[in-house]
Design a protein around this ligand. Structure first.
Ligand code: BG6
Length: 489
């Protein structure tokens, strides 16, 4: 049988994402023995660099996080020897033909499989795909292309991008990354739900009162304002990361855990939601704040942000799924930068126990007695369930305590970075965690009218101090649906 080989070309090799995430993830996969026997990594970018210079650049980003021993530095050396560089323009067929020649040399007649990671701004995706498709795609092996958001700014521009890519690629060659899908606890959602009898039957309006998806960061845009201002938090986090989690959480039981079956269900649930209205959201923007003698800059103080920008750095939203399972259950999302903490979690608040015998022990506030399942995606990955329990002793006092699965105490192995999972899946052709074009369309449909309206009406965001818990408007929004944010109570 003919041996095969995989070449991974990182287009935009000197960019931030490549340095921070892609090369380190590739090294981690190599270290773990997950890369195929024959593989080559190419960096491609405009700047002139030799192979040696690329290796120096890459070596600075690699850490022996798994293993600090000699063995690790040895592996690093071996890994770097498999890394090469080719300098070229993004729209030059000639430059990609040169790359193709080099790739062929490395492939040495083996069955060639090629993965291109487009770690570049989306406005040049099509140039690259076009130039590379003339020469760079593999004729007998597979060719796959990984792309990452922003996939446009709205339904229209996203559809145009998809059309552009599909001039040169088949849908099954396009791997759209949402790196939140590669996070361990997001991947675990389906296991938690579908393989536990104590959860699976409860997953509906009958038992679940509301679901909260919360993303918060304790730092601002810090020089990334140029990119961020064009998108804002709704496009940066909600329309993709949080909505993807929601779709996975709420989808109907798929026929199997195969990629197409899962993605069919995700699209269905996305299509069962109504596009957001202005009254379903609250937007905010952080302002400068002085604490302990330190002044933290506001969003508009970021030099890369245009003066007077109304771009939201915070948003809270309520979404509803119009189907039999979820009718009337609010799915609340909250995403913000420059808040008091860095945390992403999913909170599932259950209904009250009908005729609860211990009602009186909770005073008038029965909400204090509801069960809540919390999936902490990061940091300190954990799953915990709030249950009611008797405080030990002769009296009869109840307490809401946690059944707590803290990953760091239960599992000794370090959790891989999301990009490791996703790169490995792309190499193996596993599409489960990548976004299909109809999912992307459905996701944009939900947010496009709202985004247009916010921009057309120049809706001013509510200001909140850097490092605070965000605008109070989020509290009122939740209260409209009889919900309390679990992370604040
Ligand atoms: C990115 C956003 O997709 O996700 C950033 O563009 C955000 O604004 C980042 O900071 C958060 O990712 P993580 O994995 O660090 O939580």
């Amino acid at each position: 049988e003919r041996e095969s080989t995989v070449s991974i070309t990182v287009v935009g090799a000197s960019g931030d994402l490549a340095k921070k995430k892609i090369f380190p993830a590739l090294f981690a996969l190599y270290y773990e023995g997950c890369l195929p026997k024959h593989f080559t990594i190419f960096g491609y970018a405009r700047s002139k660099m030799t192979d040696a210079e690329l290796r120096t650049m890459v070596s600075k980003t690699l850490t022996c996080r798994i293993d600090k021993s000699e063995n690790c530095s040895e592996k690093m050396e071996q890994f770097l020897k498999r890394c090469f560089y080719h300098s070229g323009q993004y729209d030059s067929e000639e430059n990609f033909a040169e790359l193709d020649k080099k790739l062929k040399e490395h492939e040495g007649g083996r069955l060639p499989n090629r993965l291109f990671y487009l770690s570049i701004p989306p406005n040049i995706f099509i140039d690259v795909v076009k130039s590379a498709s003339q020469s760079g795609s593999s004729k007998d092996g597979w060719t796959r292309v990984i792309v990452e958001k922003p996939f446009g700014r709205d339904s229209q521009s996203s559809a145009a991008l998809t059309r552009g890519l599909k001039q040169y690629l088949e849908e099954d060659q396009i791997f759209r990354i949402d790196h939140y899908l590669g996070k361990e606890l997001v991947e675990n959602l389906s296991i938690l739900r579908f393989s536990n009898l104590v959860f699976e039957p409860l997953w509906s309006r009958q038992y679940i009162r509301n679901v909260q998806l919360i993303f918060s960061e304790d730092f601002g845009t810090e020089g990334r304002g140029g990119y961020f201002d064009n998108y804002g938090i709704i496009r940066d986090i909600m329309q993709n990361h949080l909505l993807q989690i929601l779709a996975l959480f709420a989808m109907e039981t798929p026929v199997s855990m195969d990629a197409e079956d899962i993605r069919n269900e995700k699209v269905k649930v996305l299509r069962s939601m109504k596009p957001l209205q202005l009254e379903d959201v609250v937007i905010g923007q952080y302002k400068s704040h002085t604490r302990g003698g330190v002044t933290y800059p506001g969003y508009i103080d970021d030099k890369t942000v245009p003066k007077g920008s109304l771009t939201p750095t915070f948003a809270a939203a309520a979404l509803f799924i119009d189907n039999a399972r979820w009718d009337g259950v609010p799915f609340l999302m909250k995403a913000g930068k420059a808040l008091h903490t860095r945390r992403t979690e999913i909170r599932v608040q259950f209904r009250h126990v009908p005729g609860n015998l211990y009602k009186r022990s909770f005073g008038t506030d029965l909400d204090r007695a509801t069960n809540e399942l919390v999936i902490r995606v990061q940091p300190n990955e954990a799953i915990y369930l709030k249950i009611n329990n008797k405080i030990p002793g002769l009296g009869m006092r109840l307490d809401r305590s946690n059944l707590n699965l803290l990953y760091a105490s239960r599992y000794s192995k370090e959790i891989p970075d999301a990009y490791e999972r996703l790169l490995l899946d792309a190499i193996e052709g596993e599409r489960r965690l990548f976004i299909r074009s109809d999912e992307l369309d459905a996701a944009w449909e939900l947010f496009t009218p709202l985004l247009k309206e916010l921009e057309e009406k120049k809706i001013a965001p509510e200001l909140y101090p850097y490092g605070s818990r965000g605008p109070v408007g989020a509290h009122y929004l939740a209260a409209n649906y009889n919900v309390r944010w679990g992370d604040l109570s």
